[in-house]
Design a protein around this ligand. Structure first.
Ligand code: ADP
Length: 397
């Protein structure tokens, strides 16, 4: 069965065509600068040269049409007709409190995605446009919504409530939701299989460390806590996001810099994190190089990032009263051996022992702990597109 996976952002649209029988990626690509000058499609079919088309994409609808045209193109296409696409899986940022699982899209689902616009103002509108563009282009083909917030829906109120007046929860559904759910679910599931853990009771912590970074605690594959909140701003220090700060910082900067709350939040989302501390870059490779050259702020940024991850791991071990496995994933978690090693240096009290040689390897499923380590420590590469294709297949087969 062929499943098209779509991840629509405010001005971009990423896609993968996946053959679910073999889980092979037949083609993948990206539409950039939708609705802006200089839009282009980059289409990368398997075993064929990459194809780039620079053409106006005023709307996501045009983008979806160009993607489908590229997929069926006689030279760089990978299917002969869009009728070969059995279903489309869409990454949707926010499902509010309505969905704890993926669903086949109908009018009710579209209404929920719309109702959640205030909770995901940049992504949910684009996600809905992506769904509607696919419905128009492929009438009758099932569309599936895979929510980034679904995994966090199993948290209990003690984990998701903010200690603010309850009326704000009742009126606006203000609470912790958590994001990267597709990745946390996929990676915790792979951890349970790889490490042969008890699938009903095992306690797993997943550190998804990329440009966006979050951490989750799950028992028996069900999320009990996660670091991102109402929005992806809460929690770990990230590439450009601050993660946890005292909320009074917003007022202080707004008052002293004569900025609006929106402007300060933009700073906390886009100009903060390791970029903000270092002033060098949001990219860990640049930061490590700068720190090695003696840049003190780059070193502080790296140390603060590592320290925050270690603190969250400690708090989740306490929350679950133990942990069986800790797994690293995401661009940094899969590749940055030094950062992984330094996080684990904080975890000796758990009886964790890291195998230095294994920890030098990158980007594959593996243990980085020694066989006698009290807690298993693993690397599991995430694959959100494959996870979306699997969820889609489950619903339509
Ligand atoms: P996104 O949240 O955008 O999906 P990624 O998961 O792709 O982010 O992670 C991007 C981060 O991973 C960057 O900070 C990058 O420096 C880091 N990274 C990628 N490869 C390596 C590597 N080989 N060594 C160290 N860091 C790496």
């Amino acid at each position: 069965m062929k499943v098209l996976v779509i991840n629509a952002g405010s001005s971009s649209l990423k896609y993968q065509m996946i053959e679910t029988d073999t889980e092979e990626v037949l083609a993948k690509g990206l539409c950039e600068r939708i609705g802006l000058d200089g839009s282009k499609l980059t289409h990368t079919p398997e075993n064929k040269p990459q194809y780039v088309e620079e053409k106006d994409m005023p709307t996501h609808k045009t983008a979806v049409k160009m993607v489908l045209d590229a997929l069926v193109h006689p030279e760089h296409g990978v299917i002969s007709d869009t009728g070969e696409i059995s279903a489309v899986g869409h990454r949707v940022l926010h499902g509010g409190q309505y969905y704890s699982d993926s669903v086949i899209v109908n009018d009710d689902v579209k209404k929920v995605i719309k109702d959640c616009f205030p909770l995901g103002p940049l992504h949910n509108p684009a996600n809905l446009i992506g769904i509607e563009a696919c419905e128009d282009a492929m009438p009758g083909t099932p569309q599936v919504a895979v929510f980034d917030t679904a995994f966090g829906q199993s948290m209990s109120p003690k984990a998701y409530m903010y200690a603010i007046p309850y009326k704000f929860y009742e009126k606006y559904s203000i609470r912790k939701y958590g994001f990267h759910g597709t990745s946390h679910k996929f990676v915790s599931g792979r951890t349970i299989k790889f490490a042969e853990l008890d699938k009903n009771d095992c306690k797993v912590i997943v550190c998804h460390l990329g440009n966006g970074a979050s951490i989750s605690a799950s028992i028996g594959g069900k999320c009990v806590d996660t670091s991102m909140g109402l929005t992806p701003l809460e929690g770990l220090i990230m590439g450009t996001r601050s993660g946890d700060v005292d909320a009074a910082v917003v007022q202080f900067i707004a008052d002293n810099e004569n900025l609006t709350v929106d402007e300060v939040l933009n700073i906390l989302n886009k100009e903060s994190g390791v970029l903000g501390i270092s002033g060098v870059s949001s990219d860990f490779r640049d930061l490590s190089a700068a720190a090695a050259d003696g840049n003190e702020r780059a070193q502080i940024a790296l140390d603060a990032f590592i320290y925050r991850v270690a603190k969250y791991i400690g708090s989740y071990v306490a929350a679950m009263n133990g942990v069986d496995a800790i797994t690293f994933t995401g661009g940094i978690g899969e590749n940055d051996c030094a950062t992984r090693g330094k996080i684990c240096e904080y975890l000796g009290y758990l009886g964790i022992k890291i195998d230095e040689e294994s920890n030098k390897l990158r980007g594959k499923e593996m243990y980085i702990s020694t066989p006698d380590s009290k807690v298993k420590v693993l690397v599991i590469p995430t694959n959100e597109e494959l996870a979306i294709a699997r969820e889609t297949l489950e619903l339509v087969k």
